[in-house]
Design a protein around this ligand. Structure first.
Ligand code: CMP
Length: 138
């Protein structure tokens, strides 16, 4: 079925002027842009977004990193969106990501890995609503 996922272009990719390149790969893979904006997370808001990782050793650094610069938040739509998007972005660690994936091309490290992608339909909905109102979700 056609469904939606949520992505962020992270501060490393945004700062390296790769936003256009990443969005081009996303569109070329057949995803429709439902909503998109340039924004910035405070450390506190990054902490809320990544609340599920609160107990992980990398949580503090992750929140600092994610609030270190501009990001693009976006909602994407496609057949089988969540699963297909995770294939398009590749493994969390760019070193392990398959050639041709977004993280293999533009990721710098396991933390600064260029993009986020939701891991379930439920989280896609929650994460999209973290950044966008219902009126923005066309
Ligand atoms: P993301 O898919 O956005 O979900 C959680 C993020 O935490 C992940 O991408 C990375 O940016 C970061 N992350 C995951 N594992 C590690 C790790 N072992 N060390 C540092 N950062 C990590």
């Amino acid at each position: 079925a056609t469904n939606r996922t949520f992505t962020m272009i992270k501060p490393d990719a945004f700062g390296a002027n790769n936003t256009g390149n990443v969005l081009a790969m996303i569109e070329a893979a057949g995803f429709r842009l439902v909503a998109a904006k340039i924004t910035r997370l405070s450390e506190e808001r990054a902490g809320q977004f990544y609340e599920v990782h609160k107990e992980r050793p990398f949580y503090g650094e992750l929140c600092k990193y994610m609030s270190s610069g501009n990001i693009v938040a976006a909602i994407l739509e496609k057949e089988n969106a969540v699963e297909d998007f995770r294939k398009l972005i590749g493994a969390t660690n760019p070193k392990d990501a398959e050639a041709g994936t977004i993280r293999a091309k533009y990721g710098e490290s396991i933390e600064a890995n260029a993009v986020h992608g939701s891991d379930s339909d439920e989280n896609a909905q929650i994460e999209g609503s973290f950044f966008f109102s219902n009126l923005e979700k066309f």
